[in-house]
Design a protein around this ligand. Structure first.
Ligand code: UDP
Length: 237
């Protein structure tokens, strides 16, 4: 993949990358491994993280299964992201990485509220800031939260750590001949409806000129390789 000059980065972690071999919840061993990946790059970059909650609760699918009030289901989803943020914080701090959690839904006894300028100071001081609760409003996702925070925090790129190694022209798990892109434009992702992130997140990154790097965070050492321009990934720009 081409090398990008990345000093300040936002890492989006989907809830599913924290759940390990199971189909649900938080697996401590898996979280510890992800934390090792992050610790390996935290010294050389200003780093913030947005965590998802899909390993615990997703508003849209809960609404489809009978939670009649979508907004309530979404708030439950946002609370799930706070649990994940605390798990990631705990794993990072236990290996010596200084962190702060900031939630878009204030909960002062658990973590800091989201305050942009304070988050900036944390990052300048070498702390990893973990953003929880997405944008703090229902009908959004943590992908949109990641794009928003990446813009607010003036990040050089949004790194989306998933369980696939980039963007394909079809689902590689279903179509064996699916082709992976090294690079692809925002407009192609939107026009071909390629499922990288949701459309509002893509549009926000496009409008603010923030490249998205999609890579497999389950593979050991991959985050560091991608940041060095050596890993397998797709750059959306
Ligand atoms: N959510 C929300 N507003 C936000 C972010 C998240 O309502 O700004 C809710 C939504 O219900 C979503 C859930 O939180 O399904 C978990 O987030 P997401 O699905 O983005 O997690 P991921 O897929 O990244 O694990």
């Amino acid at each position: 993949m081409p090398r990008l000059r990345l000093n300040r980065i936002l890492l989006k972690l989907s809830g599913e990358v924290l759940m390990g071999p199971g189909q649900f919840g938080i697996d401590p061993e898996t979280v510890a491994r992800v934390a090792q990946e992050i610790a390996g790059v935290a010294r050389d970059h200003e780093l913030c993280i947005v965590v998802g909650g899909g390993n615990i609760f997703r508003g849209l699918s809960a609404a489809a299964k009978g939670f009649t009030d979508r907004a309530t289901a979404d708030y439950m989803g946002m609370l799930a992201t706070v649990m994940n943020a605390l798990a990631v914080q705990n794993a990072l701090e236990s290996i010596g990485v200084d962190t702060r959690v900031q939630s878009a839904i204030p909960m002062d006894t658990v973590c800091e509220p989201f305050i942009r300028r304070r988050a900036q100071r944390h990052m300048e001081r070498g702390r990893v800031v973990i953003f929880a609760a997405g944008v703090g409003s229902p009908y959004f996702t943590t992908d949109s939260g990641a794009a928003l925070r990446a813009a607010e925090m003036k990040c050089d790129a949004l790194l989306k750590g998933t369980s696939v190694d980039g963007v394909y022209d079809a689902d590689p798990k279903k179509v064996p001949t699916a082709k992976r892109f090294d690079e692809i434009s925002f407009s192609r992702v939107l026009s071909d409806d390629l499922r990288v992130m949701d459309a509002s997140a893509i549009a926000l990154c496009r409008d603010n000129d923030i490249p998205i790097v999609v890579f497999n965070i389950r593979e050991q050492g991959n985050l560091a390789r991608v940041l060095a321009g050596e890993g397998v990934a797709t750059i959306v720009s």
